[in-house]
Ligand binder design. Structure first.
Ligand SMILES: *Cc1c(COP(=O)(O)O)cnc(C)c1O
Length: 434
């Protein structure tokens, strides 16, 4: 029998056939100076790598796994769906029921179209906004990430931030020019953009709680100001709830902050860990989509039966167990408090930003309310911290600018162990004089 390969050996091998060895850049662990663990298995809140090392997982596949890995009810739904075949390219009843479920849980969504990723959902939302308003420009907030389509790779967060690329090669200047950028939480700049480009702005797109430059919650009144400014200027407001949808509450960030957008994009949780996204909103806007209207959009695997089954099962569990949200809130808030006090004890300035089950650490005094402040985080400290946490069996997002995701399966013991590991890691930073 041949000896099985370790993660670093797999990574070497992967790099021969896959660019950078990964199928999504942040997985490569480059910003923390490490090589990625190849994951063999996930169960509940835990992961095991190819070497058999066990971790408490705070990545959760970057958001979808609010119920943890391999949830038995979701698993059963996928297996059951697969037993009848897995794609037909024709309508299925599950799609109708999932659409109804989304419209019921998110009142601003009167109609919804299913797609296969968050990127696609956002692309379609922007196209709809342009068609509906007859305008070309869009405004996005610096550090918000909306997937990898051309017009949105401008001042974007997530892997782009980590890799230090303000933009991407291969994006025509003409595309990027149609995207105006504005600092997050900055209502004054937004107002002046509307003055500068009267009757030209189709939409403002925003993550209602930013979670791709680390977690940056909206300041009080910010989302309401976006609603007011878009309305008075004839532009649409698009909430990108690919992360926050069904995570902060059943009705997403729009429920938590009581602001209703015109269009909403979903992803991650609605597919229960299988590939899915969705765009939804007001009927009059959504009816612009083909085959009813002139806005073209299509997808071979859109509404895929397995993804629909996983999504429906996930949403049903969340709907039947609203206490999950309370549990997540309590666990995350306790963890944040523990980290804050460990930071004070060890004289390592850390700003812990948190909203519901999303949190992140910035290694700077704070506050962190927008991208420029986020960038003052000492990423060298984060790398040390990350490495120390991994060695203690805690699997964090391998970038300072990504959110930690808690799941309903994180036990009190998981969270206590994590808080202890954080304290140890901060103490190590302190004793190294870093
Ligand atoms: C992940 C993400 C996307 C892109 O979704 P994909 O499924 O990766 O294409 C878009 N917007 C936000 C806010 C995201 O976090």
């Amino acid at each position: 029998m041949s000896k099985s390969l370790t993660s670093p050996e797999w990574f070497d091998r992967a790099q021969l056939s896959i660019p950078g060895g990964v199928n999504s850049p942040v997985r490569a662990f480059r910003s923390v100076g490490q090589s990625p663990r190849f994951i063999a298995r996930g169960q509940g809140s835990h992961l095991w790598d190819e070497e058999g090392c066990e971790y408490i997982d705070f990545v959760g596949s970057w958001g979808p796994l609010i119920l943890g890995h391999a949830h038995p009810v979701v698993q059963e739904a996928i297996v059951k769906a697969a037993s009848s075949g897995w794609t037909y390219g024709a309508p299925t009843t599950g799609e109708v029921e999932l659409a109804e479920q989304i419209c019921r849980l998110v009142p601003s969504v009167e109609k919804v179209r299913l797609v296969s990723s968050g990127t696609e959902a956002v692309m379609t939302a922007i196209r709809l906004a342009r068609a509906f308003t007859g305008r070309d420009l869009i405004i996005k907030m610096d550090g918000c990430y909306h997937g990898h389509s051309d017009g949105l790779l401008v001042q974007a967060g997530s892997g782009l931030l980590t890799n230090g690329l303000p933009d991407s090669a291969g994006v025509p200047e003409g595309y990027a020019r149609l995207t105006l950028s504005c600092p997050y939480n900055d209502t004054d700049t937004l107002e002046s953009l509307f003055q500068q480009y009267p009757d030209q702005i189709a939409a403002v797109i925003v993550e209602p709680v930013a979670a791709n430059m680390g977690v940056v919650p909206p300041l009080p009144g910010f989302l309401a100001a976006l609603r007011r400014l878009t309305q008075t200027n004839g532009a649409l407001l698009v909430f990108d709830e690919v992360i926050t949808g069904f995570r902060l509450a059943l009705g997403g960030a729009q429920q938590v902050f009581s602001v209703q957008p015109d269009l909403t994009t979903f992803g991650k949780i609605i597919g229960g860990g299988l590939p899915m996204g969705a765009v939804g909103g007001k009927r009059a806007i959504m009816d612009q989509l083909a085959p009813l209207g002139p806005v073209y959009q299509a997808g071979t695997l859109s509404g895929n039966p397995l993804a629909v089954a996983a999504g429906r099962a996930t949403l049903a569990i969340l709907e039947q167990n609203p206490a999950i949200y309370l549990h997540l809130e309590q666990q995350a808030s306790w963890l944040a408090e523990q980290i804050r006090s460990a930071s004070a004890r060890n004289s390592i300035p850390v700003t812990v930003n948190r909203c519901g089950s999303l949190l992140s650490l910035f290694f700077c005094p704070g506050p962190v309310n927008h991208l420029e402040q986020a960038k003052t985080s000492r990423t060298d400290r984060f790398s040390q911290f990350f490495t120390s946490m991994l060695a203690q069996g805690i699997y964090l997002p391998p970038s300072n600018f990504e959110a930690w995701f808690l799941s309903a399966q994180h036990s009190e013991e998981d969270i206590t162990r994590t808080a202890e590991a954080c304290a140890t890691s901060l103490q190590e930073l302190n004793s190294r004089g870093m």
